[in-house]
Design a protein around this ligand. Structure first.
Ligand SMILES: Cc1cc2nc3c(=O)[nH]c(=O)nc-3n(C[C@H](O)[C@H](O)[C@H](O)COP(=O)(O)OP(=O)(O)OC[C@H]3O[C@@H](n4cnc5c(N)ncnc54)[C@H](O)[C@@H]3O)c2cc1C
Length: 382
């Protein structure tokens, strides 16, 4: 592994660091309270070229390596994971086009994202189909020139603000995974609406809604890949974006640790700063160790994807370990702050609420462990 940042990448990461600390962090508490969408801050991220940096240079993007983008995401999530989630949801929404789109589709659908602030979303989950994604029921009925789409997607990040949805639907539920297709659906398509808005424990700056399809006509030239390939496209997309989700958790866990260290140096009890009490110091050391390991696993998973090596199990390890570690680091940070940690006036209670989702979405940590266990059972693993 070579994690050396060249001058350009190093500059990109320091721009992200500045944005995370100077733009997102100061705005975070306000958006957490209001639940509003942080468009002005995301415009700043876009203007810095960091909203969709993985779009290839040939399509007008920055073509940033995944492992460098993981560092960018980590820095932004240090400031506010809820705001940063719009970036990662864009990545999820656009990756099916990169994975399965033709050159013409990529040019038609992705170029706009490099030119002005736009959002995308990935629509897989439904009321009856979460971890068991093959059980999806949204129907794509073949009609002249394309498909008629009917169904309701649930818990969609960037729902309601997205300009483009990547949608997974079935032509025939009896076919299981082989009946699934992927469609790129512009939000302006008649019959496409954002449904119920979710009110959440954390990452409240992120928009989560239902997305409803009622007799929405989608032309055949917006199908991504062949008719039966949709499920493979969905899984490949989730694999590729998993390290970016892990990077969010690393950002949250590192922020929690930084806040706890800062507080433990200032707060005095029994005549000395609490960092000098060994049990407090040990909590901080545990968080620092775990977050460092989570960071390295995350960068490694993204780097393996960049190198074309097998990375799916490593991405699952990174996602599960980083989110479990972030949850523990946020818990310890609240503990180090004592009663003040429980109060909304201090930043760590928000980090505690934000951290939880990373154990749940993009495949729960139980599902990640299943992926790792399946990989362990393989004879030819690399
Ligand atoms: C805030 C938020 C944003 C989201 N954004 C998106 C999005 O943008 N796009 C999208 O498509 N989806 C999105 N999701 C959906 C998310 O990916 C699912 O919620 C998640 O995959 C789990 O599905 P579920 O909620 O139906 O839980 P279930 O699948 O019902 O799981 C419930 C529990 O059972 C466990 N479980 C299930 N099956 C097994 C098994 N075989 N072995 C062991 N344990 C098992 C799970 O680990 C979990 O603990 C989002 C969810 C949230 C909360």
């Amino acid at each position: 592994m070579d994690f050396h940042l060249d001058d350009v990448a190093s500059q990109v990461v320091s721009v992200a660091r500045r944005l995370g600390r100077e733009v997102l962090a100061p705005a975070a508490a306000g958006y957490d309270q209001s639940g509003a969408f942080a468009r002005p801050e995301l415009q700043r991220v876009f203007d810095a070229g960091l909203l969709d940096p993985e779009i290839p240079e040939a399509l007008g993007g920055a073509g940033l390596a995944r492992w460098v983008d993981a560092l960018v995401t980590e820095e932004l999530a240090w400031g506010c994971a809820g705001i940063t989630l719009a970036k990662t949801a864009n990545n999820l929404g656009l990756t099916p086009i990169l994975v399965a789109g033709t050159r013409e589709q990529q040019q038609r659908l992705l170029t706009g994202f490099t030119q002005k602030l736009q959002f995308a979303a990935f629509c897989l989950t439904e009321a009856g189909s979460g971890s068991d994604a093959v059980a999806l029921a949204t129907r794509a009925e073949r009609v002249a020139g394309g498909y008629r789409l009917n169904g309701v997607k649930r818990f969609i990040t960037n729902g309601g603000v997205a300009d483009l949805y990547s949608v997974f639907a079935t032509t025939d539920p009896a076919l299981g995974a082989k009946g699934v297709l992927a469609l790129a659906v512009p939000a302006t398509t008649p019959g496409v609406t954002a449904g119920k808005v979710e009110h959440k424990l954390g990452i409240r700056a992120s928009n989560t809604t239902e997305v409803v399809f009622e007799d929405a006509f989608v032309p055949e030239d917006l199908r991504l890949g062949a008719e039966g390939d949709g499920f493979k496209v969905a899984l490949r997309t989730l694999d590729l974006s998993r390290a970016n989700i892990a990077a969010h958790a690393v950002g949250i866990g590192r922020r929690a640790t930084d806040e706890a260290v800062g507080y433990a140096k200032e707060r005095r009890q029994f005549g000395r700063p609490i960092i000098e009490h060994e049990m407090v110091a040990a909590m901080l050391a545990d968080s620092a160790m775990e977050m460092e390991a989570a960071h390295l696993l995350t960068v490694q998973a993204a780097w393996r994807a960049d190198q074309g090596l097998e990375f799916s199990a490593q991405a699952s390890m990174a996602k599960a370990f980083a989110s479990d570690s972030a949850m523990r680091a946020a818990d310890r940070a609240v503990q180090v702050f004592g009663g003040y940690g429980y109060m909304a006036e201090y930043p760590v209670e928000k980090l505690f609420r934000d951290a939880k989702i990373y154990q749940i979405f993009e495949g729960t940590n139980q599902i990640q462990r299943m992926v790792v266990a399946r990989w362990l059972a393989k004879e030819d693993r690399q």
